[in-house]
Design a protein around this ligand. Structure first.
Ligand code: ATP
Ligand code: MG
Length: 420
């Protein structure tokens, strides 16, 4: 094969579809920017230990899915598989938590990498927009994040999604539950891998999607029945705040999520039109993570929404975002003289903020008008020698087909007036 292809499990975002991705990222970010979250960007790779410690050795993410490698200098790095550990690392490194303004609220948007079995909605390179609120234990903060994600999805026009909600308890009550669950799981007929998981991270067995496992889990002890009073009260408050905000959710006692760092509030956004890759986003509280990566105790909460799957959800619901045309005006020169004059006008319009494009490559009228059409521009500026001799260009309305001469020095005003 002589041509290169995108690596397995990846795909390119190309126009015009790429505009939808950008709009989805912006729609998710908008409610965050409007709620006190500041933008943060961290490197695409980190020391591998940040993830093995922060996300957890026993998670699929670290044990199977991580792109880990050694640099020429012998440093062990990994492409970031998720955002939370990096964002918290960066916040600690910059001492943001010491500025006396907790919680530190941050949002991010970027590429993440997991060595997965590629299928629809599951890629090796994917995109998330995420938010973290670091350093405060307050049920209103958990509720805020869930409300903002709900708002983002609703602004996009999505309605067939559900919010699953659970509490994973804290360091007081979770160990008691863990023991009880382990006792129950040890009595089941499980394969070797799963039995090992029972010993290392029994909660994750609840998350096993296989029917053979699920049917044995009927009657498993539920965390709900083990939550300590503080966790119960906290969770009840989150639920009440969501209800008061008109955000519907479903209690899901089996929702544990794949990451080791979660405590108390955990949630997942699932979309019913996506088949088996139904999770469009997820998050929760991670009160222990900061200490796990060498920081002080900093109770925190966050989420990450998958951009790729959100786009698939839009498709599943048949939603086409109303994206403004990228080009408003398209210039079509006929002849050399017109080329120079119109190119000057294009520059003037662009400097004035009008989205303008130009017919390059010396096309004839027919080809150039085709380009004007394809650009989606509302107006075309057409000029030939005769127009220039009269000091005008033709301003053509691409919708009605109407055309009228406009004096060269009045083009900007005429265009502005019409576009307003
Ligand atoms: P899943 O259970 O589907 O593997 P996850 O629990 O691993 O999801 P998170 O780590 O919580 O996912 O990431 C948050 C969101 O990022 C997911 O809800 C999903 O939308 C998206 N996401 C995660 N992994 C992938 C992937 N490999 N390809 C595309 N999107 C992904
Ligand atoms: Mg996963």
């Amino acid at each position: 094969m002589s041509t290169f292809q995108a690596p397995k499990g990846t795909y390119d975002l190309i126009p015009p579809d790429s505009a939808t991705y950008l709009a989805v990222r912006e729609a998710i970010a908008a409610p965050l920017k409007n709620s006190g979250y500041g933008y943060i960007e961290t490197p695409g790779f980190e020391n591998v230990e940040l993830f093995s410690r922060g996300v957890g050795e026993s998670t699929d993410i670290v044990s199977k899915e991580m792109y880990a490698f050694e640099t020429k200098g012998g440093t062990k790095l990994a492409l970031r598989p998720e955002g939370t550990a990096s964002v918290l690392r960066a916040a600690l490194q910059a001492n943001l938590h010491k500025l006396g303004n907790l919680p530190v609220k941050l949002w991010y948007s970027g590429s993440y990498y997991r060595y997965e079995r590629p299928q629809k909605g599951r890629y090796r390179h994917f995109s998330q927009v995420g938010a973290e609120a670091i350093g405060a234990e307050d049920p209103a903060l958990d509720a805020e994040l869930i409300i903002l994600a709900d708002q983002a999805y609703r602004t996009l026009g999505l309605s067939q999604f559900r919010i699953l909600l659970n509490s994973l308890g804290d360091k007081e009550c979770r160990p008691v539950y863990r023991d009880a669950l382990q006792g129950f799981l040890r009595g089941l007929e499980l394969d070797e891998d799963t039995r090992r998981r029972v010993e290392i991270n029994p909660l994750r067995v609840l998350d096993d999607k296989r029917a053979v496992v699920q049917k044995q889990l009927v009657g498993a002890p539920l965390l709900r029945d083990y939550l300590c009073d503080a966790c119960k009260a906290y969770h009840e408050e989150v639920r009440e705040l969501l209800t008061a905000a008109g955000v519907a959710y479903q209690d899901d006692e089996k929702l544990v999520r794949g990451l080791d760092y979660y405590t108390r509030t955990t949630f997942e956004f699932v979309h019913d039109g996506l088949g088996s890759q139904s999770a469009v986003g997820g998050g929760g509280r991670y009160d222990g993570l900061s200490e796990m990566i060498g920081g002080p105790a900093l109770p925190s909460v966050g989420w990450a929404l998958g951009v790729d799957r959100t786009v698939l959800a839009l498709e599943a619901e048949g939603i086409e975002l109303e994206l403004p045309a990228t080009t408003s005006v398209f210039a079509v020169p006929l002849g050399e003289e017109a080329r120079r004059v119109l190119f000057g006008l294009v520059t003037e319009l662009r400097r004035a903020g009008v989205a303008t494009d130009f017919s390059y490559g010396g096309k004839g009228l027919k080809g150039a008008m085709k380009s004007a059409n394809r650009s989606g521009a509302r107006y075309a500026l057409v000029a030939g020698e005769r127009d220039l001799a009269e000091g005008v260009v033709q301003l053509k309305d691409m919708q009605s087909g109407e055309q009228s001469p406009v004096a060269l020095d009045a083009v900007l005003d005429a265009v502005r007036e019409r576009l307003a």
